[in-house]
Design a protein around this ligand. Structure first.
Ligand SMILES: Cc1ncc(COP(=O)(O)O)c(C=O)c1O
Length: 322
């Protein structure tokens, strides 16, 4: 992972190396953090964060479920994301805001007035599932690990603790020579990848597991649904058995980090022709067209990062964006 110069922490822009937490921080022991991943794309109108408002809203909702309530509201957090991207002079970037119980306590349930800290890092990020993954597709397997059942840890919250499931799914897949693992839900229905949502293409229609099947309600998933519908492609969100993976003509994974990554085989069985199919290509082209300008952003998804200078000042050599 490439570093950047600065991190935003509790309202201040500090050098990367100073953005640290204590070893007894509640979030480190109990996973009590909610976070987001937002991409900044280079566009003809300068760097723009993609669906920043939707990401920050999801952060606040994830926090609401656990009582992790940042002291900053929607607008302040959005501005902080723009500021840290700008302070690091990044034309394209991945922004990682995180809100967490920052207290040093051994109690599983922190006090109701427990301190919630917020940090936002922004740094360069390439293709998440490997070089060439977005262009040529990846080989995946079905994981032996299942996603948490409904009414256990909520899958719709983007919470740090949920990623222990992703770690098991992803590591098992990699150890078996696959780029990613697809998990089933507790009842055996298709769910999602370790860090991506799943789409199948069947007879020109898109199919994707619904909210109830232990998925994160991905913002890229929603983007794909809207872009597909605009092209007149029908999208069906429905529960699916595992074998649907082999009925599919095409398949792809979506996520802020993974973008739109085609899947060419599952458990060494080719998906369709084992190449990137026409519907996947059309969706990719509409998606990446948002950043080149070829696709009209009729939803107002591109959020410009205004150029800002960074100046040294404040206590302890802290850096502030001005
Ligand atoms: C478990 C999981 N599912 C799905 C996604 C895709 O969500 P989004 O498109 O909002 O990045 C992610 C990535 O954030 C994820 O971690």
């Amino acid at each position: 992972m490439e570093h950047a110069e600065f991190v935003w922490k509790n309202g201040e822009i500090v050098p990367w190396a100073d953005a640290t937490v204590h070893i007894l921080t509640h979030a480190l022991h109990y996973g009590s953090a909610v976070f987001e991943g937002v991409r900044v794309y280079e566009t003809p109108h300068g760097p723009c964060a993609f669906r920043l408002e939707d990401h920050v809203k999801r952060l606040l909702t994830s926090g609401k479920i656990y009582g992790i309530t940042p002291r900053y509201g929607l607008e302040s957090l959005m501005q902080a994301c723009r500021d840290i991207s700008s302070a690091n002079h990044l034309a394209s970037a991945y922004i990682r805001p995180i809100a967490y119980f920052g207290e040093t306590t051994m109690k599983v349930v922190p006090s109701t007035d427990s301190r919630v800290d917020v940090a936002i890092a922004a740094f360069p990020l390439g293709a998440y599932l490997g070089d060439g993954a977005v262009q040529h597709g990846v080989d995946v397997c079905v994981s032996s690990w299942r996603r948490p059942a409904p009414s256990t840890t909520p899958s719709c919250a983007k919470a740090a603790g949920n990623y222990l499931s992703g770690l098991l799914i992803g590591r098992e897949a990699q150890s078996r020579g696959f780029a990613e693992g697809i998990a089933l839900g507790a009842d055996g229905r298709l769910s999602e990848g370790a860090g991506e949502n799943l789409f199948l293409v069947k007879e020109g229609k898109l199919m994707t597991p619904p909210a109830g099947d232990s998925i994160l309600m991905g913002i890229t998933r929603d983007t794909v649904i809207k872009l597909a519908q605009r092209q007149g492609i029908e999208v069906i969100a429905q529960s699916m058995p595992r074998e649907m993976l082999h009925f599919a003509d095409e398949m792809f994974l979506t996520g802020t980090a993974a973008e739109i990554t085609p899947v060419r085989s599952v458990d060494r069985i080719p998906v369709g022709a084992g190449t990137v199919g026409p519907v996947t290509k059309a969706i990719q082209s509409a998606f990446f067209g948002l950043f080149s300008g070829a696709t009209t952003d009729e939803w107002g998804w591109l959020d410009p990062i205004e150029g800002q200078e960074t100046k040294r000042g404040g206590a302890n050599g802290v850096y502030y964006a001005v």
